[in-house]
Design a protein around this ligand. Structure first.
Ligand SMILES: [Zn+2]
Length: 161
């Protein structure tokens, strides 16, 4: 269910909130929680990921100034403004694909039948929802609920804002 020809990202810990928003839009996004900038840059190069960071030092590296590796220096403290900057800069479409990737670990989700999740979701969810996905890594179960609706609404708000 991944996006074809879409940018992939690596998000520095100083802009970590971007990871969930990009994943809910279906963009393959790795979260970097290491301390060594060299590791961040090496991973981005090896996996073809765009770096999102607030660290000006990273922007001065040769692979980035030469254009070999794409990086965006995030300007704002606010996650909404940060997302706007990324969307504007890369011309991302603003669609939400909440069943594509696990918001916590970036794994592609797998479809599950209602029967398979009966003992794994709250009874009121089981009664009202028919479509379920599971993360093969952390085994979270996803369904369309109020959490999605709230995130969808917020994303639309700051895209229009
Ligand atoms: Zn997961």
């Amino acid at each position: 269910m991944g996006l074809i020809n879409a940018p992939k990202f690596i998000v520095d810990h100083n802009v970590g909130k971007l990871a969930k928003w990009l994943r809910i839009m279906g963009y393959d996004t790795r979260f970097f929680n290491g301390t060594d900038d060299a590791d961040l840059v090496a991973t981005a190069l090896a996996e073809g990921r765009v770096i999102l960071t607030r660290d000006t030092q990273i922007m001065k590296r040769g692979v980035i100034t030469s254009g070999r590796l794409k990086a965006i220096l995030i300007q704002s403290d606010e996650p909404e403004q940060q997302m706007r900057q990324v969307i504007d800069r890369l011309n991302l479409d603003c669609q939400i694909r909440p069943f594509a990737l696990c918001l916590e670990c970036n794994q592609p989700l797998q479809e599950r039948s209602k029967q398979q999740v009966e003992d794994l979701v709250p009874p009121y969810v089981f009664q009202t929802q028919s479509q379920y996905m599971e993360c093969p890594a952390c085994h979270r179960i996803y369904w369309r609920g109020t959490h999605w609706q709230a995130m969808t609404k917020r994303l639309k708000q700051f895209m229009e804002g």
